[in-house]
Ligand binder design. Structure first.
Ligand code: ZN
Ligand code: ZN
Length: 348
């Protein structure tokens, strides 16, 4: 398919990005060309927008960014067998090699040669995007594009929450950004409870309530005492750490019950100081699970089941939708100090 399209391009090593007119990309033999119906903004995109030290060290310019999408296949490379033009698809943002140790042992999501859509290769804040066949997911036709496009972060939450059994367990979610909020919904749909939601932001705690949290707590010094009091001194059996804050990580281990599971997803900016491995993990018999991405594609099948059955409705978290050309408003809202938004969707 030849022609021009609009795309948000990071060209300068500075804050921001521009909406440009560029050529529609041509798919390689193993690639799929997707006409984007909806795409959502992720924390990763904010790092790229702000051009922080992580982005400076990782992103090669110019780069079309964005990695969360839903759309329709318009063209496929000659080796593509999984989908055909007209199929309604989304993508896992992890692009895998298929031949490394991890890929050959069922752990593609942490491929040893991993690259990420919209980070290491051009992404989907555009009218069209190229997706390798190995990252394609076929959507149920009933799934609204605004929901279909957020499945990449929703999948983080499904994987983080269901990495071990959760039914009938007490859960605390530290950090109510979109993935934390989605996790509350997954825990709720899976029969967990009580579910403690912890954040500094009242707007996000209200979203946590709508996603099914039973207790809403401010992240301050009192939170440890509050959770211990509410669990008869036992603590929670499952701690989902979604904030990456060193303080929250310390408090999370304090409220984790003996024999509990600590799921680490939020990324600390620096190594966490003074972590007490002996008392917080070894003597406690705790398990720490690091979560990167989503299992490809076990998590996607679980997510489809949760969405199709109606057990999980992530829509309260999708708080705003803007036309693609209003991307500046969307980024400014996400970067505002009040952070009064959940997931923001852009519609090309
Ligand atoms: Zn993302
Ligand atoms: Zn690999």
């Amino acid at each position: 398919m030849r022609g021009k399209m609009r795309a948000i391009v990071k060209r300068q090593a500075a804050v921001g990005a521009d909406l440009e007119t560029v050529d529609i990309p041509t798919p390689g033999p193993h690639d799929v060309l997707v006409k984007v119906r909806a795409t959502s903004i992720c924390g990763t995109d904010l790092h790229i927008w702000e051009w922080d030290p992580w982005a400076q060290g990782r992103i090669q310019l110019p780069r079309r960014f964005g990695h969360e999408l839903a759309g329709d296949v318009v063209e496929v490379g000659q080796a593509v067998t999984l989908v055909k033009p007209g199929d309604y698809v989304s993508a896992d943002s992890h692009i895998v090699c298929g031949h490394c140790h991890q890929c050959r042992t069922g752990q593609q999501h942490i491929c040893g040669n991993l690259s990420i859509l919209g980070v290491d290769v051009d992404g989907c804040f555009a009218d069209y995007a190229i997706i390798p066949q190995t990252s394609i997911w076929k959507n149920s036709p009933n799934l609204r594009p605004e929901v279909a496009c957020i499945q990449d972060p929703l999948g983080n939450a499904v994987y983080a929450t269901l990495a071990e059994g959760i039914c009938g367990k007490t859960v605390a979610v530290f950090g109510c950004g979109p993935v934390g909020l989605f996790s509350i919904g997954v825990a709720r749909a899976s029969g967990a409870g009580p579910i403690f939601a912890v954040d500094q932001n009242d707007y996000r705690l209200e979203l946590a309530r709508r996603m099914g949290a039973s207790h809403l707590l401010k992240s301050d010094e009192q939170v440890v005492g509050e959770i211990l009091a509410a669990t008869g001194g036992v603590g929670v059996e499952v701690l989902l750490e979604m904030s990456g804050s060193a303080e929250a990580i310390h408090r999370g281990f304090e409220v984790l019950a003996k024999g509990g599971r600590f799921t680490a997803f939020g990324i600390p900016r620096e190594p966490v100081p003074q972590f007490d491995l002996a008392n917080q993990v070894i003597f406690k018999g705790a398990r720490i699970l690091g979560i990167n991405g989503r299992e490809m594609f076990r998590t996607w099948y679980q997510m489809a089941s949760l969405l199709d059955s109606g057990a999980l409705d992530p829509s309260p978290v999708i708080t705003h939708s803007f036309p693609l050309e209003e991307y500046r408003t969307a980024f400014e809202l996400m970067l505002s100090p009040q952070r009064e938004c959940g997931k923001i969707v852009l519609i090309p």
